[in-house]
Design a binder for this molecule. Sequence first.
Ligand SMILES: *Cc1c(COP(=O)(O)O)cnc(C)c1O
Length: 371
Amino acid sequence: MPPVPFPALERIRADVRATRAYGVQESSGLIKLDAMENPHALPPALQQALGERLGRLPVNRYPDAAHVARLHAALRDYAKPPDGWSLMLGNGSDELIGLLALACAQPDACIMAPAPSFVFYEMTAQQQRMRFCAVPLADGFQLDEAAMLAAIARERPALLYLAHPNNPTGTLWDAAAMQRIIAAQGAQGGIAVIDEAYQPFAARTWLDEVQPARNAHVLIMRTLSKFGLAGVRLGYLMGDARLIAEIDKVRPPYNVGTLNLECALFALEHAGDFARQAADIRAQRARLMDELAALPGCTVWPSEGNMVLLRVADTPEGAQRIFEGMKARGVLVKHVSAMHPQLVGCLRLTVGSADENTRMLAALRAALNSP
Ligand SMILES: *Cc1c(COP(=O)(O)O)cnc(C)c1O
């Protein structure tokens, strides 16, 4: 039978039809170590308290400006941006990355990022028909400073993304190189976005380096996802009030719902509990690094995030076999060979709870040892 014509499909942009949707892996019944989620659930007493607060909210009303203002104030107390900086909220930082592209999508505008890094930067460039310029990382997944400086001078990107620490490598960039790259981006009139999604697990934040007079072009992006609220969808962007005010104009008016606002406020009131969870995850990361480094034939890189990049094979097929072997033993991780040539043969392992990590290591060893 000939296919039934569906002309309405043709009205969807051809480049959109040609792309593949962002894949979320099926995970039911598996130990989920593929998406950098916090393994710790909210303690029962806090679940009860949060439920009561959510139940009382006026969900018949649009999110209230005073409610948004309270979350702004709580985030300011928590993150402590410099004076003269303001803040905007996103439905996850993914939304903020999308809004940055939308706000900057002028003819010939370019988004730049080191590669490999977070895939969503490139996706938003494609969505807004912007150029995307990827600058390969140097050996050991550090920034290639000379290549970055040359690319900034040549391409004059509107937006330069530095994920700090980086996903999927876990790398925290050399601070002096980062300073010079950010200065070069400012000197040519571009915006530098420091994406600190993994800040709870990192030894440093770029917020401590900011000099407001020289860094009006710098935006710092954070999210509560890796902190422990991936299900809530709350990201925030901090920067010079004049720059934030312009970007905020493309934000849908009620992009963060009342329930999300209240969950985020609640979490910040209990920031100490989340800080203890992050400390546990950092300790588990140290243990994982030791055990992974001892595996024959594997390579592991230092990580300042809640994930560890591990090379298990020389080929994508070899890594796929280990990935499948782990999955057959009940553990879901991320196979990243296809993301970038420098990641061939690599798996990205989210740091889980002590028990999850024990089971993950057992599944990994078994997969490595089975022919
Ligand atoms: C996970 C991640 C994000 C997305 O965070 P959400 O707030 O959940 O949308 C942003 N940037 C990086 C580098 C990430 O790894």
